[in-house]
Each structure stands twice: as structure tokens, then as C-alpha cells.
Write a protein that binds this ligand. Structure first.
Ligand SMILES: Cc1cc2nc3c(=O)[nH]c(=O)nc-3n(C[C@H](O)[C@H](O)[C@H](O)COP(=O)(O)OP(=O)(O)OC[C@H]3O[C@@H](n4cnc5c(N)ncnc54)[C@H](O)[C@@H]3O)c2cc1C
Length: 373
């Protein structure tokens, strides 16, 4: 595709920032429009699996992140009450050899910052909430809530689960609350005293689960994230949550889990949202990536991974195709089968509960995988 075509990326989250950085490196003209006025350090950790690390390597961001995040020796699944180990997936050196890159857990903002650092200064326009998209043949007109407007030759909708660009691609649609909430907390691990925690554990309960992991090599900070049945009647993205509420949701869990919750100083609560699968990710010169096209439950810890993989594959498709229509067709053919599979397994919440080989997820390399169906 012609490098001069002005490309607008809506949303400077994990997927939008990745695609912008990759396209700029290939010489494309990119502008990023982000609704937030600035990025805040939210209390969340994230799994950065080997498939993501390979894209970060391509972006020259792997080394920095690898030095911050912890490289867990394993991912351990345990039974909620007895603590029986259901499955232990070796990571560390063994994982790196098997999947072609390391697997780390890290603060979400450190991941975001490592990617944003690769976006050319001055590319992002903050405080630009897209409210409407109008296409007239070659150009697309973007309208923002502050009354401003911009034109683009191509638009990448990386605007997350409540995507506005998705409305223009696939018709109006709303995100769906799946009936569960995620509690989150980050706090200094010294508060736990002498307890020796494994690096990364998922505790599987009958109707809920909790993941507990470190987010830095120093193990100075511990992170917990749950999924428990709940209600959500707020317009807010998240709310503070009383510790007692979380303890109630995890009644009867192993004493180690209870202790980690009891020690949390500040807990937040987030609705778990997904979208009904949509049949197409592009229309005219608009294309979707990440949660905008396929928001899923976080039960495979792979939503951001899919957004970042999408970004790498879309950039490759644009680079090697003559026009955006051919590029979008190749992108959808390349990505849809994999993303659908991940969406389905995420919804089942079965990934790595019992012995399984996840090489198909972690071994994937979005930078080199053959493009096409
Ligand atoms: C509890 C929980 C735990 C998770 N853990 C993991 C994990 O361990 N590993 C993993 O891979 N994934 C995980 N995920 C999923 C992951 O967070 C998302 O899939 C990922 O953030 C999607 O990236 P994205 O770039 O598509 O969207 P986002 O990261 O949501 O970015 C969208 C961006 O667009 C902006 N935006 C939105 N609307 C507009 C608009 N109208 N105009 C302009 N800008 C707009 C937003 O402000 C935001 O910056 C988790 C999710 C949850 C809820």
C-alpha cells in the first residue's frame, strides 16, 4: 500500500500503539487518536507470553521489558481448597526454548510504556474521543467529542471493547457483561511476611478463580486478579471494592489465597466484558484490531496478546499488498481462525487447568507466520 496514505489509528492502547509503531517503522504516515488525556498507572498486571514477546522483539522492545518483568519458572494450576497441584507448565528456560521467547508477567503499564516508547514523538493526539466516522469514497472523516475533526485515507479501529469504529464496520453493537467481575490489587509483597508464594499460580474454584503472581523481577510487588460471579450496573470502567466482598466471594479457599486477599490494601472491581463474534473486521477503508474486533473473556490471559499479534500481522499485510482491500482480506484470512479459537477457549475457561500442550498459542510467531488462510 502507498506509504503516503494517511493512516488514522483510533485508540493508543496495547494494540493501537503496536500497530502505529510498526507502521511508522515501515515508513507509513500514521496519526494516533486517543480519548484519554493522559495514561494513568492502573493497578493491573499482565501475562506477556512468548507469542507476544516475539512481536516485542520485532519492535525492539523485548529486552527492556524482559529486564523489568519476572520470568516465572512455571505456571501452576491449583485446586481452590486443598491446594492440590492440577498442572504445572514449565516456563523459564524450558519455556523459552520450546516457544522461542520468554514468558513474563509484568505491570500492565510497563508493557504499555515499552510499546509507546517505539511510537514516534508527537504522533498521539490525546483527549480525542471519536464519536463518528463518515466515509465518502477515498477519504474518511473522523469527528471527535471536543468538536474537532480529521481526515484519513485509512482508519484502524483499535478502540477497545466499546469500539466506535466497530459500529461503522459491522453495525451498532454493545459490549456484553458476562456476569462476572474481576477484582484486582497490587501491593508490596513484604506485607505478606514470610509466606513463600510461587511465581505464578491460578487457583481454580467451582465458580470463580484467582490468579496470584509477581509483576517484577525483584518480587517487590504482588498482584491478584480474580473472576467471580457478580453484577455490574455502572457506566464506570472500574470501582473500588471492599475487601470483605472479595473475601466472601473466596470463602473456603486455601489459607494462602485468603491471606493474599486479606493483606490487600486497596481492591478494585472490573466488569468482565466481551462481544458477540462479528463476521467481518473491515469495511471500505476501515479495519478493526484487538478488542474492537474480538473482545473476549480474559480467561486465557490472551486478549492483549491477540491485539498485539493482530497489529503485527496487519502491518505485514499492508506492507505487502497493493491496496487496503487486498491487505484487509489477507489480514482477516490470516487472523480470524486463530482468534476465534482463542475466543472460544477463553469463554470455556479451561486453558491450562489440566495437563495440555499450549505450543499452538505460545509458539506462534506473528512476525513470520505465513499469511493467508
Ligand atoms: C481482568 C483482566 C485481565 C486481563 N489480563 C490479560 C493478560 O494477562 N494478558 C492478555 O493478553 N490480556 C489480558 N486481558 C485483556 C486485555 O486487557 C485486552 O484484551 C487488551 O487491553 C486489548 O487491547 P486493545 O488495544 O484492543 O484495547 P485497549 O487496551 O482497551 O485499548 C483501547 C484504547 O482505545 C481508547 N479508546 C476507546 N474508545 C475510544 C474512542 N471512541 N476514541 C478514541 N480512543 C478510544 C482507550 O482509551 C484505550 O486507550 C485482561 C483483561 C481483563 C479485564
Amino acid at each position: 500500500m502507498k506509504r503516503e496514505t494517511p493512516i488514522a489509528v483510533i485508540g493508543a492502547g496495547l494494540g493501537g500503539a503496536t500497530v502505529a509503531a510498526l507502521l511508522q517503522r515501515d515508513g507509513f504516515a500514521v496519526r494516533l487518536y486517543e480519548q484519554a488525556r493522559a495514561f494513568e498507572r492502573i493497578g493491573a498486571g499482565i501475562h506477556v507470553s512468548a507469542n507476544v514477546m516475539k512481536v516485542l522483539r520485532h519492535l525492539d522492545a523485548e529486552h527492556r521489558l524482559s529486564q523489568i518483568g519476572i520470568h516465572p519458572d512455571s505456571f501452576t494450576s491449583r485446586k481452590w481448597d486443598t491446594g492440590e497441584v492440577l498442572f504445572e507448565l514449565p516456563l523459564g528456560d524450558a519455556g523459552e526454548q520450546k516457544y522461542g521467547a520468554s514468558y513474563i508477567t509484568v505491570h500492565r503499564n510497563d508493557l504499555h510504556a515499552a510499546i509507546l516508547e517505539k511510537v514516534q514523538p508527537g504522533t498521539i493526539e490525546f483527549g480525542k474521543r471519536l464519536i463518528d466516522v463518515k466515509s465518502d469514497g477515498a477519504a474518511t472523516h473522523l469527528i471527535f467529542s471536543d468538536g474537532s475533526a480529521a481526515d484519513a485515507g485509512m482508519v484502524i479501529g483499535a478502540d477497545g471493547v466499546n469500539s466506535k469504529v466497530r459500529d461503522a464496520v459491522a453495525g451498532p453493537s454493545k459490549s456484553r457483561f458476562v456476569g462476572a467481575v474481576a477484582h484486582r490489587a497490587i501491593y508490596p509483597s513484604t506485607l505478606l511476611g514470610d509466606i513463600e508464594l510461587r511465581n505464578c499460580t491460578k487457583w481454580w474454584g467451582p465458580n470463580s478463580h484467582i490468579l496470584i503472581y509477581y509483576i517484577e523481577q525483584s518480587r517487590n510487588e504482588i498482584y491478584l486478579v480474580t473472576s467471580a460471579k457478580g453484577e455490574w450496573n455502572s457506566e464506570a470502567a472500574w470501582e473500588f471494592c471492599a475487601r470483605e466482598e472479595v473475601l466472601r466471594a473466596f470463602e473456603g479457599f486455601h489459607p494462602e489465597v485468603r491471606k493474599v486477599i486479606e493483606t490487600a490494601q486497596e481492591l478494585t472491581k472490573w466488569p468482565i466484558l466481551d462481544i458477540n463474534p462479528i463476521e467481518k473486521w473491515s469495511e471500505g477503508n476501515l479495519v478493526l484490531l484487538g478488542d474492537a474486533g474480538h473482545a473476549m473473556t480474559p480467561y486465557m490471559a490472551s486478549g492483549a496478546a491477540m491485539a498485539i499479534e493482530d497489529a503485527a500481522v496487519l502491518a505485514r499485510c499492508l506492507l505487502q499488498s497493493d491496496d487496503h482491500a487486498a491487505a484487509f482480506e489477507l489480514y482477516e484470512a490470516s487472523r480470524m481462525p486463530r482468534v476465534r479459537k482463542v475466543q472460544k477457549i477463553s469463554a470455556e475457561n479451561s486453558f491450562l487447568r489440566y495437563p495440555a500442550d499450549p505450543a499452538w498459542v505460545f509458539g506462534y510467531d506473528a512476525v513470520t507466520v505465513p499469511l493467508g488462510p
